[in-house]
Design a protein around this ligand. Sequence first.
Ligand code: SB7
Ligand code: NI
Length: 188
Amino acid sequence: MILMKDIIREGHPTLRQKAQELQIPLSADDRKLGEELLQYVKNSQDDELMEKYDLRPGVGIAAPQINVSKRIFALHFDEQSGENLSLVAVNPKIVSHSVEKAYLSSGEGCLSVDRSVPGYVPRYARITVKGFDLDGKEFKMRLKGLPAIAFQHELDHLNGIMFYDHINPKDPFHEVENAVAIDRVTVE
Ligand code: SB7
Ligand code: NI
């Protein structure tokens, strides 16, 4: 089971590396890794388990965040979030994207960042993505809204990019051209 002590924090070199592709079909170990990542995000959104294991809530987690430099991450939105997405993405790619951008008006956070970094993080508003699931089956889907933003946040982790790399350093809340604001109370 993944706990907060297993999550590496900014400054750790693995977070800045480009992660390695996985072999398809997945090895038993890689499959287990995917299952553990998904379990973390699910547990972290369950009030009881979150408290019991002292987990910080997150809608996603990527393997490099537990110091495993592999191209795999999990995303999970529970039903009450109004989204309907739960997946493990292996060797994920964005195959096309909108010109329009989107950003969370409350900014982004990260399990590997123990401070708040305010500012708009411009993302593509809509993306078409491809990848493989834990059974080694290829998937292709369109995402928009919060799931699209979260997918891009996780994909960035596989490429050594942190959310704050995208924030305008001179003016963190500078209007983002051609972008829609997504209002959420908070997203972690
Ligand atoms: C805000 C937070 C996340 C995604 C998009 C917007 C995920 C935070 C948890 N993680 O650090 C996952 O990498
Ligand atoms: Ni993150």
